[in-house]
Each structure stands twice: as structure tokens, then as C-alpha cells.
Design a protein around this ligand. Structure first.
Ligand code: ADP
Length: 383
């Protein structure tokens, strides 16, 4: 018996590839809609496992696992790009809707193809060349200072290497990669864009991202980003151009740099719900997760306006603690006005692991900064 036969035939069956925190928050939003949700994930104790209607254990990178999971479903979405695109392409030809379309995943999964896509569509992005090995990199001395980015398999800053001097060239990748001109960054921002089957779009206010320089992980993020009106228009126009040219419904996070001259350059795009949209759960009328269900189920796009300005703090595994997690400071943080705690249900903590996030709402930026620092100091995943 297929999964579809087990439940009322009238409800759509939609699958999520990956069962991490993004899948978990998608499932929290799905609970409000008439939909049966399936999750494919290797790890049975993953954050999304107990919230879905049907859990399938399997590798999202494996053709047969993805194909067999998807063939009886109406639609599939992803929470991570590192999935088997060939299986999704076959499923698409057989009539399964994929959000985003597999052609988009193919472009985005590979940083070389992604940068070529921006160039092809005249989307502003840092100048780059492609290198295939260290020998080729050695010859690119006049391109420094630059950033070397591995074509496939990098994530959360792994697979990205700053190269300032000739001596540092040996830190580059012995694999197909992009060598990108170093941008003198003033602000890093992310613009979430939703686009439905009809091509209608909705934009969230851009957020400003601040990174932990040691871990290269997102530290906290402020919404709305502080941008001049001119920069805001540019950001919105560029993000729309990135998304429209993909010709795919879905939700997208377009990450951009505003450089010291005020120019806006696209860094990279995530064709899915994203860390930079977590705050939309409480701070916006329609969250990024709710929005994706609206798109996949054919309902009208939601209201992206902010209810209040917000800040989002990632709760990251504390240095020196590995093992079963115990949260220090949870009660203290829950006492803070308008602080919303999300713990992802991961049993094990380790240094640098994303364990949860906290969103804080306030009219005052100073209040947001003050409270976010308190949260960061207080709520600690330890053992
Ligand atoms: P990942 O996909 O692993 O997150 P990114 O391409 O986003 O990698 O790069 C990680 C970080 O490195 C960025 O957030 C930014 O701070 C820095 N970075 C990336 N590209 C450049 C660049 N061309 N110039 C300066 N800094 C960059």
C-alpha cells in the first residue's frame, strides 16, 4: 500500500527532503493546513521526525531513496540543497511538483554554475574566475585579495577560504572552485522573496546579518536592515531579478553585500526556507514557513509586513561541551519580554552546532541589541 492510500485521498501529500530544524519549523506551520506531510531523513531522532505524518528513513543524496520516497507524492520541497537532483528531475517529468524546480537546485548547488548564472543574467556579483586545481590558483596572483570557494560540498563557511597574499594561496582548494574578488563589505544582508506558480511575488523586509568571526556562523540578525532608501530599492530589484530568472515557484533567500561604496552585490542564494527568515515566525504576519505552504498548496501569498522590528539570535553549542544537552539559563531568558525561544530538539550538543534560536521583538533597536546580548550570554547549551 502506498502512503497516499493510507489517508484521505483528497488531501495533498507533500514531502520534505531533510529533517533538521528547517523541516521542523515547516511542519509546525503545516499543522494549520489540510496537507499530509512526509519527511525523508537518515537520522531517526532528527528534529522533524515526530512532527510529520510519515517518516521515511533514507539518504536524501541517494537516487533510489529520493525517487522511491517521492513517486507517490504530489509535491516535494527541500530544507537543504545537498539532495539527489537526478531523482527530483525524474520525479518532475512524472508530474511531481518540486519546490524549487530541480533546474534551480542544479545551478545553486554548484558555486561555479551559480556565479555563471548571475553573470549570464547581468546580476551584480563580485568578479570571479574559475580554478580547477592549485596549479591554476597559483597563476591567479593578480586576482588577490580574493575568496576561494569550493564548487560543491561547502556549507556554513566550510569550503570558503580568504586568500590575501601569495603565501596564502596554498590554503586554496585542490578542486573545481570559484576565485572571487574580495568585497570590502559594509553590511551583509538577506532578502527573502516568495514567488508562486503565477509568478506573483512577495518580499520580506531585508535583514542585516552579523557573523561570529571565529565560527563563521550567523551570530545574530536584525530586521529591518539599516539601509538607505536607494540601497533598499537596489536590493529589492536585484533579489527580484535573481528569483524571476529562475522561473520557479518557491521561497528564496538572496544573500547580498553592500560594499563600502554603497554598491549591492549578490553573494549567494538559498532556494528554500532559510536561517535568515526565522524571525518571520513571530515578527511578521506571515512567516516564511507559512508562505511556502501557501505557495505549494496554491493559496494566496501572505502578508510579509513586520509586526515589530526584531532580532534573532542563534543558540549555538557552547565551546568545551559535547554530549547530551542541558540548557542553562532557559528560565531566565523566558522572563524577557517578547523573547520567543525555539529549541530544535537535538539531543546532543557540540561546539558550534545550531541548537535553537531566540527571536526578540521591540520598537527600539537599543532594546533589541541589549536583550539579544543578554540571551547570548544566558542561554547556553551545555552537558
Ligand atoms: P557559505 O555558503 O559557506 O555560507 P559564503 O559564500 O556565504 O559561504 O561565504 C561565507 C562568508 O564569507 C560570507 O558571509 C562573507 O562574510 C565572507 N565572504 C564571502 N564572499 C566574500 C567576498 N567575495 N568578499 C569578502 N567576503 C566574502
Amino acid at each position: 500500500m502506498t502512503a497516499k492510500e493510507k489517508t484521505p485521498a483528497s488531501l495533498p501529500h507533500i514531502g520534505i527532503l531533510g529533517g533538521g530544524q528547517l523541516g521542523r519549523m515547516l511542519l509546525q506551520a503545516a499543522a494549520n493546513y489540510p496537507v499530509i506531510v512526509h519527511v525523508l531523513e537518515n537520522e531517526e531522532e532528527c528534529p522533524a521526525a515526530h512532527l510529520c505524518h510519515h517518516f521515511t528513513r533514507g539518504d536524501i543524496r541517494d537516487f533510489d531513496s529520493v525517487y522511491n520516497f517521492g513517486k507517490s507524492l504530489d509535491a516535494i520541497t527541500i530544507e537543504i540543497e545537498n539532495v539527489n537532483v537526478e531523482a527530483l528531475e525524474k520525479l518532475e517529468t512524472e508530474g511531481v511538483k518540486i519546490y524549487p524546480r530541480p533546474s534551480v537546485l542544479r545551478t545553486i548547488k554548484n558555486k561555479i554554475l551559480q556565479k555563471e548564472y548571475y553573470r549570464e543574467h547581468q546580476i551584480p556579483t563580485a568578479g570571479f574566475i574559475v580554478t580547477h586545481n592549485l596549479g591554476e590558483l597559483e597563476k591567479a596572483l593578480d586576482f588577490l585579495p580574493a575568496v576561494h570557494k569550493i564548487g560543491e560540498g561547502g556549507y556554513d563557511g566550510k569550503g570558503v577560504q580568504l586568500l590575501r597574499t601569495k603565501e596564502e594561496l596554498s590554503k586554496g582548494f585542490e578542486a573545481p572552485a570559484v576565485l572571487e574578488k574580495m568585497v570590502f563589505i559594509q553590511t551583509e544582508i538577506a532578502q527573502m522573496v516568495a514567488i508562486n506558480e503565477k509568478g506573483e511575488t512577495a518580499l520580506y523586509p531585508p535583514v542585516e546579518m552579523l557573523f561570529d568571526p571565529d565560527l563563521n556562523l550567523l551570530d545574530y540578525q536584525l530586521c529591518p536592515a539599516e539601509l538607505s532608501t536607494q540601497a533598499l530599492y537596489r536590493v529589492e530589484a536585484i533579489a527580484l531579478s535573481v528569483v524571476r530568472n529562475f522561473k520557479s515557484p518557491g521561497i528564496f533567500a538572496v544573500e547580498m553585500f553592500v560594499d563600502k561604496n554603497g554598491d549591492v552585490l549578490v553573494n549567494e542564494t538559498a532556494p528554500r526556507v532559510h536561517n535568515s527568515g526565522h524571525h518571520t515566525i513571530e515578527a511578521h504576519y506571515c512567516s516564511q514557513f507559512d508562505m511556502l505552504w501557501r505557495i505549494m498548496l496554491g493559496y494566496p501569498l501572505g502578508n510579509t509586513d513586520a509586526i515589530l522590528p526584531s532580532i534573532m539570535v542563534n543558540i549555538i553549542g557552547a565551546e568545551g561541551f559535547s554530549g547530551e544537552v542541558h540548557y542553562q539559563g532557559l528560565e531566565e531568558v523566558l522572563k524577557i519580554d517578547n523573547a520567543f525561544v525555539h529549541l530544535y530538539g537535538k539531543k546532543q550538543t557540540k561546539p558550534g552546532r545550531k541548537m535553537g534560536h531566540v527571536t526578540i521583538l521591540s520598537k527600539e533597536k537599543q532594546d533589541l541589541l541589549h536583550k539579544s546580548n543578554k540571551v547570548k550570554r544566558t542561554l547556553l547549551p551545555k552537558t
